[in-house]
Write a protein that binds this ligand. Structure first.
Ligand SMILES: N[C@@H](CCC(=O)N[C@@H](CS)C(=O)NCC(=O)O)C(=O)O
Length: 195
């Protein structure tokens, strides 16, 4: 929403802290964040939120305009949303940490290789149209942005083409705000503090 200049207010609920489920239950019974509240409409699941925004703000072209590109962008976004369990399990998202000499389990490396091959394919195809996966910013970049920060946190080895994409994402003002907010955060989840 920041990338598209769509104004919103953020309400922070602290994960695994007292009151989380109770506060969330007014908006979603799924027990997970994020949830988007637009008037009397509540939407949960990150990709459903993205789809809702694409429909609500068509002028922002949050999916590529070309049907074939859009189908591809949806496919890799759903792939991110539904898969990569080993990556999620072994490299949990941490925006601030920089773990040294982290040993990547083979199953997580398989997921990483798949992500890198998706990025290579997109960047090779759309290099002339702009720096994002499909040239201009799309929902696919939003879906993979947290992965960029996972790769940075765990020191994942990448090639120059991937590094250029990761640098570009990291330097976006919206991403910098994200990292800044993470650095200001005082709440901690112990399980994610040590690696
Ligand atoms: N598939 C969901 C996943 C949402 C999810 O797992 N959210 C985590 C935070 S990133 C959560 O709310 N966890 C609740 C908990 O840890 O108690 C989505 O994409 O929105």
């Amino acid at each position: 929403m920041k990338m598209a200049g769509i104004p919103f207010q953020e309400t922070v609920l602290f994960l695994r802290k007292p009151g989380f489920d109770q506060n969330l239950s007014a908006f979603s019974s799924a027990g997970r964040v994020p949830v988007l509240v637009d008037g009397d409409i509540n939407i949960w699941e990150s990709l459903a939120i993205c789809e809702y925004l694409a429909e609500r703000f068509p002028e922002q072209c949050l999916w590529p305009k070309d049907r074939g590109m859009r189908a591809y962008a949806r496919s890799i976004s759903h792939e991110m949303h539904a898969n990569f369990q080993a990556l999620r399990q072994h490299l949990p998202c941490h925006f601030v940490a920089r773990y040294q000499n982290f040993s990547i389990p083979p199953e997580a490396q398989n997921d990483i290789n798949r992500v890198l091959s998706i990025w290579s394919g997109c960047r090779q195809t759309h290099a002339k149209e702009g720096p994002f996966l499909f040239g201009r910013f799309s929902i696919a970049d939003a879906m993979y942005a947290p992965v960029v920060f996972r790769f940075l946190a765990y020191g994942v080895q990448v090639e120059d083409l991937h590094r250029a994409y990761m640098d570009m994402i990291e330097k976006l003002p919206a991403a910098k705000e994200w990292v800044y907010a993470a650095k200001q955060e005082t709440e901690r989840i112990e399980a994610y503090e040590k690696k």
